[in-house]
Design a protein around this ligand. Structure first.
Ligand SMILES: Cc1ncc(COP(=O)(O)O)c(C=O)c1O
Length: 375
């Protein structure tokens, strides 16, 4: 049996919508009924006033920062354990990212370290709701308000997650979502900026489409980007919106199954948790090996691969990335909590399409492989 780490699930309804877009010759990011509809439905899903579609999660974050006026000389405090896209987006603006350590319980930004990393150049904060678990937003907001900072959410992995009953993507000035094939909701490739600020929405809408002029189209209003989502992708997105809550629930169901199966392994593994104030969407079921097993991570993953179970290493934090250390922008010791997780973790197959038989196969093999390494 081969169990991939993620397999997207495309419903017949989604195929119909994409075919409809094709039949209507609406293939670009400019024409077609699905772009506006997807934006409106996604805004409603996130309980926000504005949603601006774009080409992927990285460009959504870049648009959020650019539309909020982030520029060279600004420092943006970013949760260090993430897909480096969060940091790249800051760098695209010419701003300086400052890595903030994580709370080991949630793998999201530690407000205490955030406070320590503030400087007079601090202009904004980018939290990352990693693996679908929301960040402790009240603590972050308190620091942001006291220091006049703009808050951004990287929601690439967290569609539908709740913080104290409120949807992520609406808890800050502007947020970015990804619709890559392995995400909770997908359009193949794609992204969305969400915000309640009409000025940020309007600026993002302009910047994502080359900042064309309003009176004379080719008298551009700014140095824009072409970050448009196509109507074909939006058609797929509209199909996904029809079952968005079910797709979220499916991830939670998979996580519950794994957590129950691994409940006796607390001496060896740290399983993904869920704070009382949070609803996680468990984008991927991410496990952290306890100290005595860390050296065996590659062997455990290789053994799983040998029986057809694909896994993926956890993220490597900003402060451990050679390209940034070599430039003198960060040091390994900047974020000790993230370092403990970096080479100790991996995630198990979690896509919505995984079958019960496959889930049982993953569990059975993982349990027996782990036994080889624990004495
Ligand atoms: C936390 C995080 N931020 C940003 C991104 C970038 O999204 P995309 O791949 O759609 O550009 C991803 C995923 O790929 C991610 O996991």
């Amino acid at each position: 049996m081969q169990v991939p780490v993620s397999r997207p699930q495309v419903s017949p309804q989604e195929v119909d919508f994409v075919n409809q877009a094709l039949r209507e010759n609406a293939v670009s990011g400019v024409y077609g009924q699905f772009i506006e509809r997807f934006e409106a439905e996604f805004a409603a899903f996130c309980d926000v006033k504005h949603a601006v579609s774009c080409s992927n999660g990285t460009t959504a974050l870049h648009l959020a920062l650019a539309a909020a006026g982030i520029k060279a000389g600004d420092e943006i405090l970013v949760s260090t354990l993430t897909n480096m896209a969060s940091f790249f987006a800051v760098l695209y603006c010419g701003a300086k990212p400052i890595p903030v350590d994580i709370d080991p319980d949630t793998l999201t930004m530690d407000p205490e370290d955030l406070r320590r990393k503030l400087t007079p150049q601090s202009r904004g904060i980018m939290v990352v709701h990693l693996f679908g678990h929301p960040t402790d937003m009240d603590s972050v907001d308190e620091i942001a308000r006291a220091n006049n900072l703009i808050v951004f959410e990287d929601c690439a992995e967290a569609h539908g997650a709740l913080y104290k009953g409120r949807k992520v993507g609406g808890l800050s000035h502007a947020s970015g979502f990804s619709f890559f094939a392995n995400k909770v909701l997908t359009t193949g490739e794609g992204g969305m900026l969400t915000t309640n600020d009409p000025a940020i929405a309007a600026k993002a809408r302009s910047l994502k489409a080359l900042a064309f002029g309003t009176h004379n189209k080719f008298m551009h209003e700014d140095i824009g980007f072409n970050y448009r989502m196509t109507n074909l992708q939006a058609a797929l997105g509209c199909g996904q919106m029809l079952r968005a809550e079910a797709l979220v629930e499916r991830r939670r169901e998979i996580a519950r199954f794994y957590t129950a199966a691994f409940s006796n392994l607390s001496d060896h593994l740290i399983l993904p948790g869920e704070k009382s104030w949070a609803k996680s969407v468990y984008w991927m079921y991410h496990v952290v090996l306890k100290e005595h097993l860390v050296l065996h991570r590659a062997a455990i993953m290789a053994d799983l691969k040998a029986v057809g179970v694909e896994t993926r290493e956890g993220f490597i934090p900003y402060n451990l990335q050679k390209i940034f250390i070599d430039r003198g922008w960060t040091r390994e010791e900047d974020c000790p909590n993230a370092n403990k997780v970096a080479y100790a973790s991996f995630y198990l197959p979690t896509g919505p399409d995984i079958s019960q038989v496959e889930l049982e196969y993953v569990v059975e093999n993982f349990l027996s492989i782990l036994k080889r390494y624990v004495r």
